[in-house]
Write a protein that binds this ligand. Structure first.
Ligand SMILES: Cc1ncc(C[n+]2csc(CCOP(=O)(O)OP(=O)(O)O)c2C)c(N)n1
Length: 357
């Protein structure tokens, strides 16, 4: 049967900073020394916070924690492109993005301790609390972006989710709604290659995740998510487009180098060889090489930054622990239902050790 082409599709891939720290001078974004150093500091601070948080969880001082190690460029690069008026809408692995938006580490620790205060959202901060149901936050982001369109606001919403989330109806529905209603939304898919133990290849037969945008009639673009400069530039442009009512879907190719969460053991489903390959493409090492090459950093400056991060995190962990004393874990039984149902009462009694007879 003869056929004509109804629609043709191609997806751009953007790369500014290579694994060896060399840069494409034509694409290099115009960022000040202060901006670059702030991005570096935030990426390093986030990685160190991950290490400290895992250790705290192992000591029983935190609940579940989802490390973002390896994803610092995708998150810091993108969050750095946000303006103060923009909203950030996250899932559960966005430590670097929150840090880039000024959330202090002790609040992130509070969240992981089960304290509501840790995910407080204000009109000023414009950061939504983490969303645990996979992909659900894409709908919140699309709705916020639609509100921005209706209110004729010169602002956008940036939504973070993973490769696994693209298999959820929520993400398709959100992109579709955003396209139809001109939501001011950028969908940032951090393709970190795994949804817990399910590899990207088992998530979809599609060649890229960015092409999922095509079904919603919006632009899709892929960027090396371990390239902080490339991610910044792509998301900056995408936010500009979104503010005009043209949403964009960005796929940031990256790798979760650590655990899915503190309850996970990746050695069960991942090969060491693959982990080593991605170690060589680490976002922090490459950014550091770039900054050394342009004389923004040297050994002494790096040592000073590391010392300042240690001091800062010591104080933040102290603040986190101070708050922990106010946590009443039993509150979780209070708020699930207006009037607790018998099953919740049973669980509360079990938690108190009252039903052991
Ligand atoms: C609707 C829903 N289904 C299942 C889960 C359990 N779960 C938590 S994280 C996760 C994998 C998510 O993978 P991805 O979207 O790639 O994000 P990543 O964890 O890699 O950042 C799953 C299945 C959940 N939280 N919500």
């Amino acid at each position: 049967m003869p056929r004509e082409t109804a629609y043709e599709l191609s997806i751009d891939h953007v790369q500014v900073l290579e694994s060896d720290g060399s840069v494409d001078a034509e694409l290099e974004p115009d960022l000040s020394e202060d901006d670059l150093l702030e991005m570096y500091w935030t990426m390093k601070r986030s990685r160190r916070l991950d290490e400290r948080a895992i250790a705290l969880q192992r000591r029983g001082e935190l609940g579940t924690y989802a490390p973002a190690t390896g994803q610092e460029a995708a998150q810091v690069g993108s969050a750095h492109a946000l303006a103060d008026e923009d909203w950030m809408v996250t899932s559960f692995r966005e430590t670097p993005a929150y840090l880039a938006r000024g959330t202090p580490p002790h609040m992130l620790l509070w969240y992981a301790m089960g304290m509501e205060e840790g995910s407080a959202t204000t009109r000023e901060s414009r950061n939504m609390p983490p969303s645990i149901p996979v992909g659900s936050q894409a709908l919140h982001g699309a709705g916020l972006g639609w509100a921005q369109e209706i209110a004729d606001e010169d602002a956008a919403s940036l939504v973070y989710f993973g490769d696994g989330a693209t298999s959820e109806g929520d993400v398709y529905e959100a992109t579709n709604l955003a396209g139809v209603f001109g939501s001011h939304t950028v969908f940032l898919c951090q393709n970190n290659q795994y949804a817990i133990s399910v590899p990207r290849a088992k998530q979809t037969r599609a060649e890229t995740l960015a092409q999922k945008a095509a079904a919603a009639g919006i632009e899709g673009v892929q960027v090396d998510g371990n390239d902080v400069l490339g991610t910044y530039a792509v998301v900056r442009d995408a936010l500009e487009s979104a503010r005009e009512g043209d949403p964009v879907f960005v796929e940031a190719l990256t790798y979760r180098r650590s655990l899915h969460t503190t309850s996970d053991d990746p050695s069960v489903y991942r090969q060491e060889e693959e982990e080593e390959e991605w170690e060589a493409r680490d976002p922090l090492t490459r950014f550091e090489t770039y900054l050394r090459n342009r004389d923004t950093l040297d050994d002494d400056r790096i040592a000073d930054i590391e010392a300042s991060i240690e001091d800062d995190l010591r104080e933040e962990i102290r603040l986190g622990n101070e708050g922990r004393e106010a946590v009443d874990v039993e509150e979780m039984f209070e708020y699930a239902y207006e009037t607790p149902i018998p099953e919740v009462e049973r669980q509360r009694a079990a938690f108190r050790g009252e039903d052991r007879d």
